[in-house]
Each structure stands twice: as C-alpha cells, then as structure tokens.
Design a protein around this ligand. Structure first.
Ligand SMILES: NC(=O)c1ccc[n+]([C@@H]2O[C@H](COP(=O)([O-])OP(=O)(O)OC[C@H]3O[C@@H](n4cnc5c(N)ncnc54)[C@H](O)[C@@H]3O)[C@@H](O)[C@H]2O)c1
Ligand SMILES: [Zn+2]
Length: 340
C-alpha cells in the first residue's frame, strides 16, 4: 500500500492506494461511520458491517442534485447524527461529490472520508477536495472546496466495474500523463493490453502516479487559480461533446484531448507526430479519438458553457507529451481545431 498526503489550508488529506475496504475502521475516529453509497455499489458490496447506518442514493448525473442532498440531510437527522458523526462515501465520483458536499454543510460541517470504487473516482474525482452537485442542468454548479480526511483506493473493487467505466478512468489517466509525465505516457503505450485486463501491478502504478500528479498540482493551487487549470486538458471540447453527443465523460474527454492537440499542432506548439501518439494510445485503450458532428454545435455548446467567463478562455495546449501550457484563446479561434 502507498500513502500520498495532500497538504491543504485545512487539515491534510491522505490517499491510500491499494488499501482495502475491509480496513476502513482503522481510519475513522468513531466506532462506526454513517455510510453513503449508491444502489449498485450497495448491492454488490454489503456495507452494513462497516456502518452504524447506510444511506443509499440512486445513480446517474440526474440524481446529483440539491434534492438528493436534502434527502441525505433528512436521513442524517433521522439517525440523530450530530457534529461528532463521521460520514464515509463509498462509491464512484457521484457518491464522492455528493458525500463531500453533504458532509461539509450538514451542521456546518462534519468529518468525512471516501472509499473510491471506480477508476475515475480513484484517479480524479476523490482527489483535490472539489465537491458539489449539478444545478438547473449545469454540472457541478453548486459546491465547495473541502478535502476528505482520507480516500481508500481499493483496487480489488475495480474488478466488478463495467469496461466502459474502466475506459472513463483511463481517459483521465492519459490526461495526467499527457500534461505532466512522458514516462507514464510511454508506460501506457507499452502496457495497454495488461491495463485493459486490469493487471494489478499495472493498475496500481497508474493509480499511484495519477494521484501523485493530480495531488501535486492541487497542493500548489488548491482553489483553481493557475496551475490547476492544466487538469482541464481536453475538457473544453470534452464537456461540449459530452453535451451534444450523449457519450460518457471519459469518452468525450478522449476526443476533446485529440481536438486540443490538433489545435496545438496548428499553432506550431506540438509536433504532428506527438498528436498521432495521443490518438493511437487512446485507440489502444478502446477510447474514441474522433467525432463526426456539426462543428457549429460544439462551438455553440462551448459558448453556452463559458458564457460566464467572457469571450476568452484559459485553454490548455500540449507543448509536447508530458508538457502542457495554459493560453488565453478566443472562443472563435477554437474553430481551427473543429474544421480539420
Ligand atoms: N470532484 C472532482 O474533482 C471530480 C473530478 C472528476 C469527476 N467528478 C465527478 O465524478 C462523477 C463521475 O464519476 P464516476 O465516473 O465514478 O461515475 P459514477 O459515480 O456514476 O459511477 C459509475 C457507475 O459505476 C457504478 N459503480 C461504482 N463502483 C462500482 C464498482 N466497484 N463495481 C461496479 N460498478 C460500480 C456506479 O453505481 C455507477 O453506475 C461526475 O459527476 C463528475 O462530475 C468529480
Ligand atoms: Zn474529467
């Protein structure tokens, strides 16, 4: 097991890689925590033995709302939870984001931790202290920055994950490699088959390195003013594609990364061959790397998404594999990447 500690302005957050759900009790200051999980995870992994009470929520982005948070508050009250309660979210990114928000606001904040059960939650959603819910169709519109005390990344739990969910996590791992670690990128290229077969040693290396990269960036910029923007690589196009296509987040980000690198090639920042490496790697990992759609639709979705940020956006461009820069770009200039 490896532990990575994120130093924050509040208390430190520990990420425990290859720790087991069974050891949860070692990390909580009360006899038994209150667990929040979703209906799928709760069915696959009975959690009663670890908890004083279990709150089960539904699945999908549509339930990531203030209504669900209100239901959680009501259940916490019915369990007579007080300021000494400890809450553990056991699930994917949705459970972690909602748990972090509910715990940070219930009675002005109670202590909490996560057991991340999807690859995406282990390498991305549970790291960095962002939590919250969607509001009026806008993703993650309401929330706050507050770190969990610990995150258990139990790699055994990934064995039950549907392959499409595995790929979603892999897209964010490729993102981390592309922006910050050429060696990790080469490892992904070399071991794609082992990785898709969830080879334990390969997955442990990916989760560990990914968490190291994200937590280092987050430690330097906890509230997303500078460096942290690098983590948005592929996400400007990605979010727009997600909206217009119905593809999953990871699939949309995969295409978004290819589009963003095409733009970097056009601007003379990235060698065409490096863009090809990115496309090939994503294909090897069974992620999509192109998208046939009306470019205007994507541009409209970006404009709508970014309307609060003015007409220039902080756009992440690759200057090489493992090296990213943030540049202000006018939304119209993104068109170059769409009309290849
Ligand atoms: N806070 C952040 O910094 C951050 C970063 C990235 C993403 N996110 C958020 O994360 C969410 C997506 O997270 P996700 O991809 O984990 O999705 P998810 O939480 O919806 O989980 C995906 C599916 O897998 C199921 N599942 C979970 N664990 C399983 C397991 N071990 N075996 C079998 N099935 C399992 C879930 O029930 C669900 O149906 C989004 O809402 C996104 O906004 C947050
Ligand atoms: Zn993402």
């Amino acid at each position: 097991m490896e532990t990575i500690t994120i130093e924050t302005t509040s208390s430190p957050s520990r990420i425990l890689i290859a720790e087991r759900l069974e050891n949860l009790k070692h990390y909580i200051p009360v006899a038994k925590p209150i667990i929040i999980t979703d209906v799928n995870v709760g069915k696959m992994y009975p959690l009663d033995a670890f908890a004083s009470d279990v709150i089960t929520i539904g699945t999908g982005e549509a339930i990531k709302t203030l209504d669900t948070v209100a239901e959680i508050y009501a259940q916490l009250l019915s369990f007579q939870a007080d300021r000494c309660a400890f809450i553990v979210g056991v699930g994917g990114g949705i459970v972690c984001d909602i748990t972090g928000f509910a715990a940070s606001t219930f009675m002005r904040g109670v202590r909490f931790g996560f057991v991340a059960t999807t690859l995406l939650a282990q390498v991305d959603a549970s790291v960095g202290g962002k939590n919250g819910v969607n509001f009026q169709g806008y993703k993650n519109m309401v929330g706050l920055f507050h770190q969990p005390e610990f995150v258990i990344c139990d790699l055994e739990l990934l064995k039950t994950l549907p392959p499409r969910e595995v790929s979603c996590g892999l897209a964010e791992i490729v993102k981390h490699a592309a922006i910050a670690d050429a060696d990790l990128f080469a490892f992904l290229e070399k071991h794609a088959e082992r990785i898709l077969a969830l080879d334990p040693a390969a997955i442990e290396k990916l989760v560990l390195r990914s968490v190291e990269i994200k937590s280092a960036i987050v430690s330097r910029d906890e509230t997303e003013k500078g460096q942290r923007r690098l983590l948005n690589f592929g996400h400007t196009f990605g979010h727009a594609i997600e909206k217009v296509s119905g593809l999953s987040h990871g699939e949309a980000v995969s295409i978004g990364m290819v589009m963003a690198s095409a733009l970097a090639v056009k601007r003379g920042l990235l060698a065409a061959q490096e863009n090809r490496r990115l496309r090939d790697l994503l294909a090897k990992l069974q992620l999509p790397n192109n998208f046939a759609s009306d470019p205007q639709k994507i541009l409209d979705a970006i404009t709508k998404d970014k309307k609060r940020a003015g007409d220039r956006i902080h756009f992440v461009l690759l200057a090489g594999i493992g090296n990213a820069v943030v540049e202000p770009i006018a939304i119209e200039d993104l068109t170059e990447a769409l009309y290849a």
